[in-house]
Design a protein around this ligand. Structure first.
Ligand code: FAD
Length: 286
């Protein structure tokens, strides 16, 4: 493992990190928390650029209409943050608190969990349910893209050479919005068999906007768009939630692994979505 590694860069700024990454003479790779490095098993890597000393990537700020989360922010900081309020804050904190163990949460970063996309990654469905945007920097120049685009293309393909994710921007939702997050796993420290994030916005009992995003049950984070369509524009009833939960299951390709069969996951997801919708709607009414 990493038999050819000869250089370890510790940049102090984003610009320095991008400069180090642009080194074409050696196969150079970026790490943040470094928790997935062991899975990469790539013996051709010659240099690592470690973002852990780039302090300007570590922050959580709630401004007028967005929560700004620095790419290098440990997910434990998200879980424990006192700055995160409202439905978006609640969804982020709940999901972050369910990632791995405390030890791991202190290393895993807000962007590492998104860029190193695994079926068990818990934050990507949350970012999708909240319609988050991702800020990418290549030195000074920056661009902001919907998180969905980054997930669809996968970060490694989406980012250009020497470009990094610098921030996740999460819209703030106000009155009328309710959220729900649930992780279904064998133990609280284990990888998810199902991760589910829901956001509902209602007005006078009618659902205006619905977001249902899953991971782990699917190979990559996926929006249950057919289920969302069943809900939007309709008056909320238990029957409507039951119908949407059925659609959530039928509209996705369910995977199986050593933890559970696809049939089992389908059955569980339907119940999780139905209950999650009820809970999110109840909160949206408060
Ligand atoms: C035992 C164990 C249990 C785990 N359990 C869970 C769990 O329950 N839920 C969960 O969600 N996760 C879990 N994880 C974490 C998950 O598997 C990944 O390891 C983690 O999300 C990677 O985050 P990181 O910050 O460590 O990124 P790294 O491992 O450092 O990097 C991951 C990838 O992202 C890229 N990257 C990182 N930061 C940036 C950036 N700013 N811009 C561009 N690219 C970037 C890197 O180049 C690399 O390709 C677990 C990990 C372990 C080891």
């Amino acid at each position: 493992m990493l038999k050819k590694l000869t250089r370890f860069y510790y940049p102090k700024t984003i610009e320095e990190a991008c400069l180090n990454l642009g080194n074409r003479e050696q196969k150079t790779v970026l790490i943040a928390g470094g928790t997935s490095e062991v899975l990469r098993n790539d013996n051709s890597i010659e240099a690592l650029v470690d973002l852990s000393k780039v302090k300007e990537l570590c922050y959580i700020r709630q401004e007028s209409s967005y929560i700004h989360i620095g790419a290098g922010t440990p997910v434990q900081d998200i879980y424990k943050s006192k700055n995160l309020k409202g439905p978006s804050g609640e969804l982020l904190k709940t999901a972050a608190g369910k990632i791995g163990s405390t030890l791991l949460r202190n290393s895993i970063t807000a962007a590492g969990n998104l860029a190193g996309l695994f079926p068990w990654s818990d934050l990507p469905p949350v970012y999708m349910a909240l319609d988050a945007e991702v800020v990418c920097r290549k030195g000074k120049p920056k661009r902001t893209v919907p998180v969905q685009r980054l997930i669809d293309t996968r970060a490694a393909q989406f980012l250009s050479e020497a470009e990094i994710i610098s921030e996740i921007m999460v819209p703030i939702y106000g009155k009328g919005t309710g959220v729900h997050f649930a992780k279904f796993s064998k133990t609280s420290n284990d990888y998810a068999m199902i991760s589910l994030a829901i956001r509902l916005t209602q007005k006078s009992g009618k659902i205006e906007q619905a977001r249902i995003a899953v991971n782990a049950i699917t190979a990559t984070p996926t929006r249950c768009r057919e289920a969302e369509s069943v809900l939007e524009g309709q008056k909320a009833t238990p029957e409507l939630f039951a119908a949407a939960a059925k659609k959530a299951v039928s509209g996705i390709t369910v995977r199986r692994d050593i933890r559970a069969s696809s049939d089992y996951r389908r059955e569980v997801l339907e119940v999780m979505v139905r209950r999650g919708l009820q809970e999110a709607f109840a909160k949206a009414g408060k």
